[in-house]
Design a protein around this ligand. Structure first.
Ligand SMILES: *Cc1c(COP(=O)(O)O)cnc(C)c1O
Length: 367
């Protein structure tokens, strides 16, 4: 045994820890202050007015008692927003919690979880911490999902993210239908960014017995700090997930504030989502005008292929702009993911990116 001191996030794995989680790296949640944080795809325009109003009125009982007071209200508000019955919706501590619980509910340890790579970085982690085998497959050369590659894994759980994080691509409906028709187990469709598109099947999920569609209040709705996500599916599918998730995952003040935002602030959300889409296209044009080639995106972020991405991100960070580096993505290479927000922030990001790139070119040509 060596006696190296654990660093902040990567302590030496404890030998008593389960073998399947030994190589899991904790999700980086450090958020030191910066001029513009364009790293996590949250709503950079602000929080819903009704949620802010409700937060200031938390009563004593909401703090001393276990949640439950407003869970029904939240569930009904989610069901109305999603267009399903309230027994067809399951909420959780973020959609992360809903996905993680679904993995546990529908697969035994040793079974597979298939997904198109690259996708949401938590998916292989949810597979491993639940004892499943992650089965990444390639996207088709068109950038769309490859249904037959996903089905060929014979995975108990197939995960499809649409729009996909980090590429921004939409999965074509017909291809998703093919997966649903032939999957041996359940299909999880992660629609964390659906509010930025006209696409989505959150209301249709209950028509199938094997489809869970997950969504979140963390992105377009601007409530990531509340940690509320949900899934829709048939009543019996949702019931299985609830058994695994357990009680009291959301806190009472967040439940109440979120329920009010879902009732009162949908048009607020839609207007800002439309603004994000407008700024995304404007930002993509500006990147292209400068010789960069962002991938087409249906979400509130852009993926921009660029060499030496770790260094580029670090140097942008030194200039006060946080973005997310993705080194060596399959089929893409090094790329930067940039969240879209108010135009003033996008200008800061563009300036920093071009400055960093110009400096790198100077060094290369000098060397
Ligand atoms: C952000 C994100 C989530 C998680 O959202 P929470 O509801 O905050 O847990 C889920 N899926 C994808 C693809 C995301 O990007």
């Amino acid at each position: 045994m060596t006696t190296s001191t654990p660093s902040s996030s990567q302590g030496e794995s404890l030998r008593l820890g389960r073998a399947t989680i030994r190589d899991v790296v904790p999700y980086p949640t450090e958020r030191s202050p910066c001029a513009a944080d364009l790293s996590d795809n949250t709503n950079l325009f602000g929080a819903p007015p009704a949620a802010l109003r409700e937060l200031t009125t938390a009563g004593r009982d909401e703090i001393t008692r276990y949640p439950g007071l407003h869970a029904r209200r939240l569930r009904e508000a989610l069901a109305d927003y999603a267009g399903v019955r309230s027994d067809q919706v399951v909420s959780g501590c973020g959609s992360d919690d809903v996905i993680d619980s679904a993995v546990r509910a529908f697969a035994e340890p040793g079974e597979r979880l298939a997904y198109s790579d690259p996708t949401f970085s938590m998916i292989p982690v949810f597979a491993k911490v639940n004892g499943l085998v992650p089965s990444p497959v390639r996207f088709a050369s068109s950038g769309d999902i490859d249904p037959d590659a996903l089905l060929a894994t014979e995975a108990r759980i197939i995960y499809i993210c649409s729009p996909n994080n980090p590429t921004g691509s939409l999965a074509t409906r017909r291809l998703v239908d093919r997966v649903i028709e032939r999957a041996p187990g359940i299909v999880i469709i992660d629609e964390a960014y659906a509010e930025f598109t006209d696409d989505g099947r959150v209301s249709e999920a209950p028509d199938h017995d094997r489809v869970l569609v997950t969504r979140t209040l963390s992105k377009a709705f601007g409530m990531a700090g509340f940690r509320i996500g949900y899934g829709t599916g048939s009543a019996s599918l949702v019931h299985e997930i609830e058994k695994v998730r357990g009680p009291y995952k959301e806190n009472t003040p967040a439940e109440r504030a979120a329920a009010c935002a879902l009732r009162e602030d949908v048009s607020w959300m839609r207007a800002l989502a439309a603004k994000a889409v407008e700024n995304r296209e404007r930002f993509a044009d500006a990147l292209r005008a400068n010789g960069l080639a962002p991938l087409p995106s249906a979400a509130n972020f852009l993926l921009v292929p660029i060499a030496n991405v770790a260094l580029v991100a670090q140097q942008m960070r030194d200039r006060g702009i946080a973005v997310r580096p993705y080194p060596g993505l399959p089929g893409i290479g090094d790329a930067l993911r940039i969240t879209i927000g108010p135009w003033a922030l996008m200008e800061l990001a563009l300036d920093a990116l071009l400055e960093v790139r110009a400096a790198a070119v100077t060094i290369e040509s000098a060397g």
